[in-house]
Design a protein around this ligand. Structure first.
Ligand code: ADP
Ligand code: MG
Length: 382
């Protein structure tokens, strides 16, 4: 059977730098092996323009073989005679990994002939690639229209957890939304506003909200063209009697780098000097957000609340991660979704202390926005 997994992992020096996504695929692989399936795993890696040796899945095949504890052959391609030969030679429980499916531009175009070629050697298709489910590509959508298609365990769990979050959350339901830009999160914010009781805003996007509510923000990252949208969101929240928490104090620095970190200081949200940038939320804001977290029964977090890539500006983000870990421990449901947010929580070593850390950054946000994920829609029983 053809099993689409998300093995799109970061590489460093020709090796897997972070195997989280490989590990996330293991339960489905184990289940299928135990059932005696002959398994061809398919994934993309990065954004190659045609065949690109630097984006071969070879390092992934090595790490996967270690984790599964069996030999795993890597096919030279994702379609063609060699794949057919390797697949037909598999014995029950054996695995072959197909080479990066994006070496073919037809994959992202969801080319029907390419989907047909992908499906050709197989009788069944299992999709466990939640992280790619928001893309209508040949290996996520096209093949599901050709072969009998089923969801893997990871896909199933992501949909169950995120679905429960959206449709039957224990209340109070708090969303913490940070990250760089309002523009990329507006749809998420609007969708969350309809479901949550409270939204706490941080990160670069908070600057636009602060500016929209008349606070000086100096040289902070902001999107002046999004100020009307920020105002509309605050109005909508007020009409719906939802609380929107904005930073009361912030960490500011003359430059967003290590040199700037040496001259960072905490100021009130109303007192940001003209020649500095906001880089993190301040201690009083953290207290306010900690209170909201302590009161909540369901918490969704997306987006770091500061420039966490610079250690000195990661204090707010790390503290939020710790508050969430404590919330999980007292029985609250804590869900983290996003690219950098998940990275931050892993760097803090707290991923295991969340109810759920989504493996799909873009996919989880699109799901929360209420959009249909093509890779999910193509599976009949979901
Ligand atoms: P996610 O991937 O979790 O959805 P985003 O991609 O929206 O998050 O945003 C992550 C980025 O936001 C990080 O690279 C971080 O440096 C940046 N960021 C957070 N706070 C600020 C800030 N105050 N100023 C500039 N950038 C910020
Ligand atoms: Mg991101």
């Amino acid at each position: 059977m053809l099993v689409r997994v998300d093995l799109n992992v970061p590489l460093r020096d020709g090796a897997v730098a972070d195997d989280t996504r490989i590990r996330a695929a293991l339960p489905t692989i184990a289940l299928l092996r135990a059932a005696g399936a002959r398994i061809a795993l398919c994934s993309h890696l990065g954004r190659p323009q045609g065949r690109d040796a630097a984006l071969s899945l070879a390092p992934v095949a090595r790490r996967l073989a270690e984790l599964v504890g069996t030999e795993i052959a890597l096919a030279m391609d994702s379609v063609g005679d060699e794949v057919s030969r390797l697949v037909h030679a598999l014995s029950p429980g054996q695995i072959v990994l197909l080479e990066n499916v994006r070496f073919h531009p037809e994959e992202e175009r969801n080319d029907p002939l390419f989907a047909k070629a992908l499906a050709a050697p197989f009788e069944l298709y299992v999709n466990d690639a939640f992280g790619a489910a928001h893309r209508a590509h040949a290996s996520t959508e096209g093949v599901a229209r050709i072969l009998p298609a089923y969801a893997g365990l990871l896909l199933e769990r992501e949909l169950a957890v995120l679905g429960a979050l959206l449709y039957r959350p224990a209340r109070p339901f708090l969303a913490i939304v940070g990250g760089a830009k309002v523009s990329s999160k507006l749809a998420v914010l609007q969708a969350l506003l309809e479901r949550v009781d409270t939204i706490a805003i941080g990160g670069g996007m908070a600057n636009t909200f602060l500016a929209a509510t008349g606070h000086p923000i100096g040289r902070s990252l902001s999107e002046p063209d999004q100020m009307p949208a920020a105002e509309r969101l605050l109005d909508a929240a007020e009409r719906a009697a939802k609380a929107v928490l904005l930073p009361m104090d912030v960490v500011v620095a003359p430059s967003v780098d290590a040199a700037g970190a040496l001259r960072a200081q905490v100021v009130a949200a109303g007192g940001v000097p003209a020649d500095v940038a906001i880089v993190d939320i301040g201690p009083r804001t953290l207290e306010l957000y900690a209170g909201a977290i302590a009161a909540a029964k369901t918490i969704f977090w997306n987006g770091p609340v500061g420039v966490f890539e610079i250690s000195e500006f990661a204090q707010g983000t790390r503290a939020i991660a710790r508050f969430l870990a404590a919330a999980t421990a007292r029985g609250a449901t804590t869900v983290v979704g996003g690219g950098e947010s998940v990275q931050a929580i892993q760097e803090a070593g707290l991923a295991a202390q969340m109810t759920h850390v989504s493996t799909g950054g873009g996919a989880s946000l699109e799901l929360i926005e209420g959009r249909t994920l093509p890779g999910v829609a193509a599976i009949p029983d979901l």
